[in-house]
Design a protein around this ligand. Structure first.
Ligand code: RNT
Ligand code: ZN
Length: 414
C-alpha cells in the first residue's frame, strides 16, 4: 500500500473522507495579491511606497513592467494548488502613454488584467490605492480636513468600484473590492472624532453609488497603527466593525493589524454573526505589522479551521497580503500561497465529529488529547497527493522550479 492509501485508511477510521476533503479545499478560492511581485510599486511611477507600510530587502529580479509581473504570476500559478483569484491594486493601472490620475481611472487602464484573468481562468479582486500619491502626502485621504483632497479620494473610490463592477461583469465572477486608507496621526490627536466623522461621510458618498452585488462587493479594512501613524488610526477596528455592520458590507480582517497577541481567527465567528460575508488579508506580523511571508503557524491553521469547521467556504473570502523583497519574490509568493492551501486541507482533514463529541459531552480532557494526537496524523501524504493531482510540484520540488525561473528569467532583469 502506498503512503497515500495508508493515510486514507487512517483518516477513514477517524471518520474523515479524504477524497471529499481534497475536493472541498480545491473549491475554496485564494486571492493572490499582485503586489508581492514588485514590492507594492505599481506602474504609475508617482513616487515611492508610503502610507505607513514598507517593503524591506533588495533581492534581485523584481518585476518592472506589467508583462514581467504577469509572467511572474503565471509562474506562481503553476506552483500553487487549488482555485485562485488575482487581487489587483489601482496603482497597477496601465496608462498606455496617457496621464490618467487616480480619480479618472476607468476599466480601460485594466484591460490587460482582464485579458490575463480570462486566459488563466481567474476571478479578479480590486483595491483603490489611497497611498503613494502626492494627494496622500499628508497621511490623510478620505478623512482629510481639506475638502478638495477628500473629494479627489472619494472620486477615486467611486472610480474603483466602477472598474471592479466591470471586472465582475466581464469575468462573470463577483469582484471583492477592499478599501484600506492609511489615515492616521503620528502623535496624539486632540480630536479623534472629527477625523472619523469625515471618514464615515466620505465612505458613505463612495458607497452611495449603487452597484450590482453580483458584479462587485465592497470590504473595509481596519488597522491598529502604521509607520508614522502610531498614535491613532482613523479607520480602527471598532470604526470598521460598526461601519461594515451598519452598511451591510464586508469587514476585512488583516492578520497583521491587531495587537501582537490578538488573533483574527478568534474574530471570524463573531464577525459572521453580524455580517453575511467577510474578507481576510492573510499575512504574518513579526513583532509588528511586518507583512512577512505566511508560514504554517498556529494562527494560519486556526484561521483555516474556523473556515472549515463552520462551513464558511463561501462566506469568508481569502486574500493574501504580505510583501517580502529579501528573498526570491516568486518563492515568497508561492511559499505563502501553498501554506494557505495546506492549512485549508489540514483543517478539512480534521476528525471533526470526534472533537465535537468530546466537547459536547463536556469531556475536555479527551478534547485536548485528541487535538494533540491529530496534529501528527499522516497529513503530508494527502498534501502530496493533492499537489500531484493538481498538477503542481510535489514536496520540495517547487524550490527547483523557483531556482530555474530565477536562472532563466529573473537574473536577466538588470
Ligand atoms: C496595509 C494593508 C493593505 C495593504 C495593501 C497593499 O497595512 O494591509 O491591505 O497591505 O492594500
Ligand atoms: Zn491588508
Amino acid at each position: 500500500m502506498n503512503s497515500f492509501d495508508a493515510a486514507k485508511k487512517i483518516y477513514a477510521d477517524l471518520g474523515v473522507d479524504v477524497e471529499k476533503a481534497m475536493k472541498r479545499v480545491d473549491d475554496i478560492a485564494v486571492s493572490l495579491h499582485c503586489w508581492q511581485g514588485d514590492d507594492v510599486r505599481g506602474f504609475e511611477n508617482a513616487g515611492s511606497l508610503d502610507g505607513g507600510i514598507a517593503v524591506t530587502g533588495n533581492y534581485p529580479g523584481v518585476a518592472r513592467t506589467p508583462e514581467e509581473l504577469r509572467a511572474d504570476i503565471t509562474k506562481v500559478l503553476s506552483l500553487v494548488p487549488g482555485k485562485k483569484r488575482l487581487n489587483v491594486h489601482a496603482i497597477y493601472a496601465e496608462m498606455n502613454g496617457k496621464k490618467v490620475d487616480r480619480n479618472e481611472l476607468t476599466v480601460e487602464q485594466f484591460r490587460n488584467w482582464i485579458d490575463f484573468a480570462k486566459a488563466n481562468d481567474l476571478g479578479l479582486d480590486f483595491n483603490p490605492t489611497f497611498f503613494s500619491h502626492p494627494m496622500a502626502s499628508s497621511g490623510f485621504t478620505l478623512s482629510n480636513p481639506d475638502e478638495s483632497i477628500r473629494k479627489f479620494w472619494i472620486e477615486h473610490g467611486i472610480a474603483c468600484r466602477k472598474i471592479a463592477a466591470e471586472f465582475g461583469k466581464e469575468l462573470n465572477n463577483t469582484c471583492i473590492t477592499n478599501f484600506w486608507t492609511p489615515d492616521g496621526f503620528k502623535d496624539t490627536p486632540f480630536d479623534r472624532l472629527a477625523a472619523r466623522q469625515r471618514l464615515m461621510q466620505s465612505l458613505d458618498e463612495i458607497f452611495s453609488v449603487k452597484i450590482d452585488p453580483a458584479y462587485n462587493k465592497d470590504a473595509v479594512e481596519s488597522k491598529l497603527f502604521g509607520i508614522g501613524a502610531e498614535s491613532c488610526t482613523v479607520g480602527s477596528h471598532e470604526f470598521y466593525m460598526g461601519y461594515a455592520t451598519t452598511r451591510k458590507i464586508l469587514l476585512c480582517l488583516d492578520a497583521g493589524h491587531f495587537h501582537p497577541t490578538e488573533v483574527i481567527s478568534d474574530k471570524i465567528s463573531s464577525a459572521l454573526l453580524f455580517g453575511d460575508e467577510i474578507l481576510l488579508h492573510v499575512s504574518r506580523g513579526v513583532r509588528w505589522d511586518s507583512d512577512h511571508v505566511v508560514t504554517l503557524n498556529d494562527e494560519l491553521i486556526a484561521i483555516a479551521q474556523e473556515i472549515i469547521r463552520h462551513n464558511y467556504d463561501k462566506k469568508v473570502h481569502i486574500g493574501l497580503d504580505y510583501f517580502d523583497a529579501s528573498i526570491n519574490r516568486i518563492g515568497a509568493w508561492s511559499i505563502g500561497a501553498r501554506n494557505m492551501s495546506r492549512a485549508l486541507l489540514m483543517a478539512a482533514l480534521e476528525p471533526a465529529e470526534l472533537l465535537a463529541k468530546a466537547e459536547n459531552t463536556g469531556n475536555f480532557t479527551a478534547r485536548l488529547a485528541l487535538m494533540e494526537e491529530f496534529k501528527s496524523l499522516p497529513f503530508a501524504a494527502v498534501w502530496d497527493e493533492y499537489c500531484s493531482r493538481s498538477g503542481v510540484p510535489v514536496g520540495t520540488d517547487y524550490v527547483k522550479a523557483i531556482e530555474d525561473y530565477e536562472k532563466d528569467v529573473l537574473s536577466k532583469r538588470k
